[in-house]
Design a protein around this ligand. Sequence first.
Ligand code: MLT
Length: 404
Amino acid sequence: MKINENFLKVESSYLFSTVAKKQREYQQAHPDKEVIRLSIGDVTQPLAGAVIEAMHKAVDEMGSAETFRGYPPEYGYDFIIEAVRKNDYEARGIDIKADEIFLSDGAKSDCGNIGDIFSTDNKVAICDPVYPVYLDTTVMAGRSGDKGEDGLYKNVIYMPCLRENNFMPQLPEETPDIIYLCFPNNPIGVAASKDELTKWVNYALKNNCVILYDSAYEAFITDYSPKSIYEIDGAKKCAIEFRSFSKTAGFTGMRCGYTVVPHELCFYGTELNALWARRQATKFNGVSYITQRAAEAVYSEEGKKQTGEIIAYYQRNARAIYDGLTAAGFTCFGAVNSPYVWLEVPAGMTSWEFFDDLLSKCQVVGTPGSGFGKSGEGYLRLTAFGNYEKTLEAIDRIKRVYGK
Ligand code: MLT
């Protein structure tokens, strides 16, 4: 028996597990302190009433022989696929067919699992800093090569997102096969304009690349930035899109998302849609009926109104963090189109040093920027998904200790 040795090349602990462990250890050592967690982007507000109502109804259906349901269709029930198609695409003038939408247990798994349909020889480009799943799964699949002394994997194309380029990745000099993009991006929290995305779509079309587009944070867009990559002409020929109900409707504990693989996305005569359909049919058994009814309710009139209010609640947190910390002398980014605030750590500290300092002096947990990649060094990410009062308390504590 041989293990998959690529797993030995990846960071031994997932970023958010390391952060959670540090928080637990601190809390055990200081049981009297109230720690405020603004680290992982996990929601705190209860599900919308319309969602709860739909689930109660679905539970009752499962309790009666006439309405009981067994295995769900592997790609999602028609009712939810139609709701997605109409509301997330048709309503924005985008023609996506029902069989191009694949319901799943969330964007995180799909972003990693999608690698199954591509050759391990493919070269992957990722932003730096980046949501760790894209890089970690690239390493696990054997596409990264070894890590060099500079801490970077030799076979990965890194696209630094730096302050001097407005945190936007630049088109890579070396041509990749696969490009992971996420907008509004995680961790920095900036959205891409239509022109910016058009540049990427044209580049992918010209160079025969596939874009893996994570749009998990689209609900937080407040300006004219595209919510879907398919708002760009030609994107159906070069992009797969991942969407999630986690941040849009507070489903982090429910698990539901979907992936769009257009039929036009075709390489050497093979539709990627067929490959993903085949992969999902074999390795995935669908989302529970109750969850699918819950997701459907997000698109009802009441559901839209209620989830909109929840998003507004988090947007208010994002503004409070951004304004409060800016007033305290921090340089902050993100927040406008995103639930994340990306702030520069005090001069002379590394991201992890500031993380530790913040935890011990303010009992506030953030996520160190360097955990998202080398170019994240010198930054810390705070999430707006916390409770409003606790968020204000965290800002006050930070102001008291670091305020200028
Ligand atoms: C994050 O904090 O970056 C996200 O919550 C992680 C995720 O969505 O898996």
